[in-house]
Unconditional design. Structure first.
Length: 103
């Protein structure tokens, strides 16, 4: 399975939300249109909109599950290796302090 970075997931999420919003607007505009072709198009768009909503919900659930897993893994690591975690936190704090002090 292809792993997406958080930035890519956020962009995909935003893009999907925009597509859903645009499709809803088109459906509102087309509500007054009549005819067999307009009905087919409305039906097809509603179906795709429903699929996009499901995909977005699945993506959000998947992202939250990955965050939960990362938090659990971090918690286990800190409990199993407290001194290493403290050392890493101290080193990161020192590095950030040096960077801030340079400005």
């Amino acid at each position: 399975m292809l792993e997406l970075s958080q930035a890519h997931k956020d962009k995909l999420n935003a893009d999907l939300q925009q597509v859903i919003h645009d499709a809803e607007e088109v459906l509102k505009v087309m509500a007054g249109q009549t005819g067999q072709e307009a009905e087919k198009l409305r039906s097809r768009m509603e179906s795709r909109l429903q699929q996009a909503r499901q995909d977005l919900k699945r993506l959000q659930l998947q992202a939250s599950e990955q965050v939960r897993h990362a938090c659990h893994s971090t918690d286990e690591f800190v409990h199993d290796h407290p001194w290493a975690a403290a050392g890493a936190a101290a080193g990161l704090g020192l590095l950030m302090g040096m960077l801030v002090a340079r400005r």
